[in-house]
Design a binder for this molecule. Structure first.
Ligand code: AMP
Ligand code: MG
Length: 483
């Protein structure tokens, strides 16, 4: 492997948190092949796309190690569907190291699906190609929608087959993340009463993600509040865009505030807060409408993990945790209502905004209206001077909306709405069709889908079908973790 122009990795996690992970070299594959390379992301990161194109098969499958690599598997714990699991970790992922982009931002380079690690338990350490592609497609779509997320640099096929719901080619995803430190990482050291390790982790995380807070007199409190704010903003954005994460376990909650782990996630089509896609979420714990509450629950687990560091006096520590949770709730609510105002073209703040929004959503639930396209219909109705939907109930709401809009210029209002309301989201039937084709060797539908999703707010003539909900014969959609 020629190393001229190869990415040279740094490794602050490996060097500063010695003892908090397991050094681990990925086993590599005999016949890896580069299937997808995100050249745009490579360039943003200051990496040479040509080098990656040439050497990515080996370098991004763990078959040959990049210069500077200190590969490792991270350990974490986590609350899964409400139950604490004291021992999780990178069971099918290996952290190669970090790159610093031209703006000075540091990112982890992680290979997901690169083989077994000391934390694989009974798993095979592999990922199926369709699950790697799914994460690639959805994470890049989220990025294009402006939502904080881990990103996807490449997918390599491994040359092996993996047995899941179906037998599929194996794939390795190169995940790029602000970091992979999770609420569950804190929980791991807290549950083992490793206070000094916990302290080191808090210090490292603050310096890496919230450098302005690094010298705070109470670092644990500063981290709790900072993560509370960034997670609240993240969940609010999911609620605005109609995204169902599907598996909000504490090991899938980043301290950076990025969306992570695109397993059973999906976008809601017909608006309904009870929407659940994940096959294993029998009770709807992670239903669309529950996400703000679960976000708060997860933050409470983080606060518990940090309790001993927050204050010596337990009552005082609990008070700090409660304060942070209150702030979380208010931030989600405030950010969401703000976002909803923008989606409806409302300028300024009015006491009636909350019920105006809620009544629209209730109407959507009753009429099973497609959430995403509804906002585009509303803006079009302003331009055309018509009414977006039929029926008396809607007409009554429409009148209230118009009276709130007042004498704002309809064209300008519509344009402002269109800047925040996407035309294209990941439609379930489209991604399923693309993945089915991809595992049969046809990347055409995947490439076209990604092309559409890279410009979600722009009308793309000839691609109207990508804006439409699934046809009735697609049936109820369900997703699986595909681990
Ligand atoms: P996830 O559902 O992706 O959040 O993963 C939950 C846990 O299961 C993590 O500790 C993963 O590392 C582990 N895991 C998932 N899939 C596999 C696999 N194929 N082999 C080994 N461990 C896995
Ligand atoms: Mg996970």
């Amino acid at each position: 492997m020629s190393t001229a122009n190869a990415p040279v990795l740094e490794h602050t996690f490996a060097s500063e948190l010695e003892g908090l992970y397991t050094a681990h070299e990925p086993p590599g594959f005999k016949a890896p092949s580069l299937l997808l390379l995100n050249r745009e992301l490579a360039t943003e990161l200051g990496l040479d796309p040509e080098w990656l194109q040439e050497h990515g098969a080996a370098a991004l499958s763990g078959s040959e190690l990049l210069p500077g690599t200190r590969p490792l598997a991270q350990v974490y714990a986590g609350h899964q569907f409400g139950h604490f699991n004291p021992q999780l970790g990178d069971g099918r992922a290996v952290l190669l190291g970090e790159v610093v982009d031209p703006q000075g931002r540091r990112f982890d380079i992680q290979l997901k699906g690169a083989g077994t690690t000391p934390y694989s338990r009974n798993g095979d350490g592999r990922a199926a190609l369709d699950s790697a592609l799914r994460e690639y497609i959805v994470s890049e779509a989220m990025h294009a929608l402006g939502i904080p997320t881990t990103r996807s640099l490449a997918v390599v096929t491994t040359g092996e087959r993996v047995v899941r719901e179906r037998v599929a080619p194996g794939g390795v995803l190169t995940r790029v993340a602000a970091s992979h430190i999770r609420v569950g990482t804190l929980e791991f050291f807290a549950s083992r009463k490793q206070k000094s390790e916990l302290r080191r982790l808090v210090d490292y995380t603050l310096r890496r993600h919230y450098p302005d807070e690094a010298d705070a007199p109470n670092q644990a409190k500063a981290l709790l509040n900072a993560v509370g704010t960034s997670q609240a903003e993240l969940v609010a954005q999911w609620m605005l865009i109609g995204f169902v994460h599907g598996v909000m376990n504490t090991d899938n909650v980043t301290l950076s505030g990025e969306t992570i782990d695109y397993g059973p996630c999906a976008f809601m089509e017909q608006y309904n807060p009870r929407t659940v896609f994940s096959q294993i979420d029998h009770r709807g714990r992670y239903a669309f409408g529950n996400q703000p509450g679960i976000g708060a629950w997860n933050l409470a687990r983080m606060a518990e993990a940090l309790l001993n560091l927050l204050a010596v006096d337990e009552d005082q520590a609990v008070a700090m945790a409660q304060e942070s949770l209150k702030h979380f709730g208010e931030t989600v609510e405030g950010r969401w209502l703000d976002g909803m105002r923008k989606k409806l073209g409302l300028v300024g703040v009015d006491g009636g905004d909350q019920p105006l929004v809620q009544d629209l959503l209730d109407w959507m639930t009753r009429t099973e209206t497609d959430y995403t396209s509804a906002f585009r219909r509303l803006s079009r109705s302003l331009v055309n001077g018509g009414v977006a939907f039929e029926g008396e109930e809607f007409a009554a709401w429409n009148e209230r909306w118009h009276s709130r809009l007042g004498d704002a210029d309809p064209q300008q209002t519509a344009a402002a709405m269109d800047r925040v309301n996407p035309i294209y989201i990941v439609r379930n039937h489209k991604i399923e069709a693309a993945l089915d084709a991809a595992i049969e060797g046809d990347m055409g539908p995947t490439n076209e889908l990604m092309e559409v999703l890279s410009r979600p707010f722009e009308e793309q003539p000839g691609r109207e079908s990508y804006a439409e909900p699934a046809p009735p014969d697609f049936g109820p959609y369900s997703t699986h973790c595909n681990t």
